[in-house]
Ligand binder design. Structure first.
Ligand SMILES: *Cc1c(COP(=O)(O)O)cnc(C)c1O
Length: 395
């Protein structure tokens, strides 16, 4: 099916990132660049830092990069890992595997915990791996909060407790790229040493900004790390001069967008934002539960409590083609959903429900997916949209 220019009306973007950008963010971004001495540049950067700290629940430094999530990963690895450093990467699927691969490529020695399809991280696996490391050679534990490929969120408090039980000094490093602004997160309560994120998922900004929050312990590790680096170096980012903070020209348009997005989150209220995500995810899950009754579709996440509020991963029986269905959904019904990633490529599709969305948008998305599945002859339990309506009405 060849893409045509444009169908009238609204296109429903239900990728789990990039996600829909609110009009307020688009407007904030459409302005001329400023000279670097303009105090408005500093004010915008400061507003982004303050807003991110508030959302992350931390007082520690936040460093912003003109980079995507992989750039934030690179920043973490470049500062904490030198060739030969051991890192424990908790298995969550595609995203933990990608982060591990990048760590290995930069000279780190990765130890993994097993990934069991459909399940979140087992804190006991992390505990066992740290206990085995009697020499305390593992410098850090890398944990993906929500793996966007599996649609599964792991329990960070339980992981913190598991690390604490071992008394192991490894740093706790958390990837909140897919969860921040959607699922509850509190850097201080978790005593996470480093948290990293990106702007194009729950934060509702076009792709291109990555960030890290770094506590004093991790900062000290970075200071002592002799591995060569420059752009990613946290020491160079600790500057009162905005020009230095970005190691060059700040990405002003994206920062203006992030400031506007953080203002929207602040105005709605963090608690209300999280509740909205919970409600909308429940509605999607109600529809998927009904769809699954025909036997061809199912939740990838086996435990209802660990299914993400950001994205739902739906597996498709052998012999059915989720990619062709996605194309029909996008090109004929104006509903853009995501495909399976990594081990799930061709075996699943994903519905993103994070960021700038509401109940009617979720219903429109579910209706478009039902229409596309009908066109493609994918068997599904009828009435998923009705189940979502009832769920929303009851909530
Ligand atoms: C999207 C994502 C990344 C990578 O972000 P990019 O901006 O695509 O590089 C990393 N971790 C998680 C959990 C993600 O969802």
């Amino acid at each position: 099916m060849t893409p045509i220019a444009r169908l009238p009306g609204h296109r429903f973007l239900h990728s789990p990132g990039p996600s829909r950008v609110p009009d307020e963010v688009l407007h904030a971004m459409s302005r001329q660049p400023m000279d670097l001495a303009d105090p408005r540049v500093d004010r915008c950067i400061a507003a982004c830092e303050v807003g991110l700290k508030r959302l992350l629940h931390t007082e520690h430094d936040v460093f912003l990069y003109a980079a995507n999530g992989h750039g934030a990963w690179e920043a973490v690895i470049a500062n904490l890992v030198q060739p030969g450093t051991k890192v424990l990467v908790a298995g969550t699927g595609h995203f933990s595997a990608s982060w591990a691969e990048q760590t290995t490529a930069m000279g780190g020695i990765v130890i993994g915990t097993p990934w069991i399809e459909g399940l979140p991280i087992a804190p006991a696996d992390i505990e066992a791996a740290l206990r085995d490391d009697t020499a305390h050679a593992i410098a850090a534990v890398f944990v993906v909060h929500t793996d966007t490929a599996s649609g599964i969120t792991s329990d960070l408090s339980a992981i913190r407790a598991a690390i604490d039980r071992t008394g192991h000094p490894a740093l706790f490093v958390v990837d909140v790229v897919a969860s921040l602004g959607a699922a509850p997160f509190d850097m201080t309560a978790l005593r996470a040493n480093v948290v990293l994120g990106a702007c194009q998922k729950g934060l509702m900004v076009p792709p291109g900004l990555g960030f890290v929050a770094v506590d004093d312990v991790a900062m000290a590790v970075s200071r002592k790390n002799p591995a060569p680096r420059f752009y990613w170096d946290w020491r160079l980012r600790q500057s009162p001069l905005s020009y230095r903070k970005f190691c060059g020209t700040p990405p002003q348009s994206l920062l203006a967008g992030l400031e506007a997005a953080l203002t929207l989150i602040d105005r709605e209220g963090e608690a209300a934002v999280l509740t909205r995500h919970r409600r909308l995810a429940d509605a999607v899950h109600a529809a998927v539960a009904r769809w699954s009754e025909a036997g061809a579709l199912g939740f990838f996440g086996q435990l209802p409590a660990s299914r993400s509020v950001s994205v739902t991963t739906i597996t498709v029986a052998d012999g059915l083609d989720p990619e062709a269905m996605r194309t029909v959904a996008r090109e004929r019904f104006e509903v853009a959903i995501a495909g399976g990633l990594g081990a799930l490529a061709g075996r699943a599709f994903r519905i993103g429900h994070l960021g700038d969305i509401n109940a009617a948008m979720v219903l429109g998305c579910l209706g478009g997916v039902e229409a596309a599945m009908t066109v493609q002859g994918i068997p599904f339990g009828r009435g998923g949209v009705e189940c979502a309506v009832e769920n929303l009405a009851a909530g």
